[in-house]
Design a protein around this ligand. Structure first.
Ligand SMILES: Cc1cc2nc3c(=O)[nH]c(=O)nc-3n(C[C@H](O)[C@H](O)[C@H](O)COP(=O)(O)OP(=O)(O)OC[C@H]3O[C@@H](n4cnc5c(N)ncnc54)[C@H](O)[C@@H]3O)c2cc1C
Length: 386
């Protein structure tokens, strides 16, 4: 394995420099107002970081997944929040891998330049939850168009995106042999759709995440916006989900490092009973343990990225990377809050905000239970539990 913490040190240094322009006060203010970090996202876009994975022939920088992971890790480590725009990096993967040449030429250069934002991913629905094959949103073919009806939930950044990668049923579940057949992926131009049956409604959450519910009422999508073959969409989004899990794992590593650094600094300077609290092993050990968990998870994240880059089958590694990294960030978040005592709850220390933000990754984009079920069934060969 070639990964070490110095990997991509130039990229990491540049990203850190950019993030300095977006200090804690910036994020605190947005959090208070539930506002979108537009300036941060525009700056990342302008500097080309969100086009890291787009090949050079389409105007991106053609970097490998591990470089994108390093970018997102540094964003989180700097105290910023990549969740506002991380999807602009990886959603286009489905288009890149499975789209036609005409689709790639039509969209990828504009996505690379930031002229078009593709950062809404419409998969989850209220009645199906984790059981993606049971989604009900239906796209019915009618000549040169598909007519879409249904509802998505937790479609993050839909209000800050021009396009959505949409998963819909094109054949009813009862008429397919395998339950994952009959699902199709579309590029939905939300700018047009908003005039024609698409409604986006924000959901307020415990952290500032710009997530929404989306309703489709006879939304017309040109048939040329179908990605790949009709009915094969589940397979296309799975390959994208592996990249997403690795990148979100990298964000969790950045979060874990932020919490550990923040707590260690505070433990050295906070004096109680006439000595720094960090002199007590009761304070040291949870932080040392969190550090060890973070390092182990970091190895898995970059190992999974390397396997992805080598084109290997990485379902297990992508899932493990995401779960271990999310666990490590949550362990570090708890240790950091505990180290800060009462001050950990005060807005001005930023611990409570990052604590709320990193908690999400126990649930999304895939919950821990589902990762464990995957490993039990597909790696250990145990009977499927659902
Ligand atoms: C802030 C936020 C942003 C999100 N952004 C997006 C997005 O942009 N696009 C998108 O498509 N989705 C998005 N999601 C959805 C996210 O991926 C789902 O919330 C997640 O996959 C879980 O689905 P659910 O919430 O319906 O939970 P459910 O499926 O209802 O599950 C609830 C709980 O039951 C557990 N559970 C369910 N079935 C089993 C089982 N068989 N065995 C053991 N445990 C089980 C789950 O692990 C979970 O803990 C987002 C969610 C949140 C909260």
């Amino acid at each position: 394995m070639s990964f070490d913490v110095e990997t991509y040190s130039d990229i990491r240094g540049e990203v850190r420099k950019l993030c300095v322009e977006f200090p804690a006060e910036y994020w605190r203010g947005l959090d208070r107002e539930d506002a979108y970090p537009q300036k941060f996202v525009s700056t990342l876009t302008k500097e080309g970081w969100l086009a890291a994975l787009i090949p050079e022939e389409y105007g991106g920088s053609g970097l490998p997944l591990s470089a994108a992971a390093a970018i997102l890790e540094e964003i989180q480590l700097s105290g910023c929040n990549g969740a506002a725009c991380h999807a602009q990096m990886y959603i286009m993967g489905a288009l890149l891998r499975h789209g036609s040449d005409a689709q790639k030429e039509a969209y990828l250069p504009s996505i690379a330049s930031g002229e078009l934002r593709l950062q809404a991913f419409g998969v989850t629905e209220p009645t199906s939850g984790t059981d993606t094959s049971s989604i009900k949103t239906f796209a019915r073919r009618d000549g040169d168009i598909y007519i879409v009806n249904g509802q998505k939930v937790w479609t993050s950044r839909a209000e800050h995106s021009d396009l959505m990668l949409l998963l819909a049923r094109t054949t009813p579940k009862g008429q397919v042999q395998k339950r994952t057949d009959g699902l199709s992926v579309f590029i939905l131009d939300m700018r047009e759709a908003k005039e024609n049956g698409l409604t986006i409604s924000p959901i307020k959450t415990m952290m500032n995440h710009s997530t929404t519910e989306v309703f489709f009422e006879d939304v017309r999508v040109p048939a040329k916006n179908l990605v790949g073959e009709e009915g094969k969409g589940f397979r296309y989004i799975l390959s994208g989900m592996n990249a997403e899990r690795i990148l979100i794992g990298a964000e969790c590593i950045g979060d874990a490092k932020w919490f550990i650094d923040k707590a260690s600094a505070y433990a050295k300077e906070r004096v109680v009973f006439s000595r720094p609290i960090g002199q007590n092993q009761g304070i040291q050990f949870p932080l040392a343990k969190a550090y060890a968990s973070m390092r182990a998870a970091e190895l898995m994240v970059y190992h999974a990225a390397e396997m992805f880059e080598a084109g290997k089958n990485i379902g297990a590694e992508a899932n493990m990377a995401k779960m271990l990294a999310a666990d490590a960030s949550w362990e570090a978040a708890n240790a950091c809050l505990q180290t800060h005592g009462g001050y950990g709850f005060a807005e001005e220390y930023d611990v409570e905000r990052k604590f709320r933000e990193t908690r999400l990754y126990q649930v999304a984009p895939i919950s821990t239970n589902l990762v464990l079920s995957y490993l039990a069934e597909h790696v250990l060969g145990l009977p499927r539990s659902f």
